[in-house]
Ligand binder design. Structure first.
Ligand code: SF4
Length: 71
């Protein structure tokens, strides 16, 4: 599947997505190996301006799209 990015260049992820940079979220008692339980995910629909709560963004810099900086 092709990666999608939001307007800020952050990777758009689903709850059950996972990647090699996964790290458990501090608040999860038994964290499953998926974005929902990863400390790098954000599933706040308003903040990321996404339609569904099951779709969020990954704020891990290594997964961010390369954005050309205006000079
Ligand atoms: S939130 Fe990002 S770093 Fe975490 S598992 Fe998902 S894609 Fe990987």
């Amino acid at each position: 599947m092709e990666n999608k990015y939001n307007e800020d260049g952050y990777l758009v992820v689903r709850e059950n997505h996972c990647c090699e940079h996964w790290e458990p979220d501090d608040g999860a008692l038994v964290p499953m190996r998926e974005c929902w339980c990863c400390k790098w995910s954000k599933f706040n629909a308003e903040e990321s301006r996404l339609i569904s709560e099951s779709i969020g963004i990954c704020i891990y810099e290594g997964n961010r799209e390369n954005i050309e900086v205006c000079r």
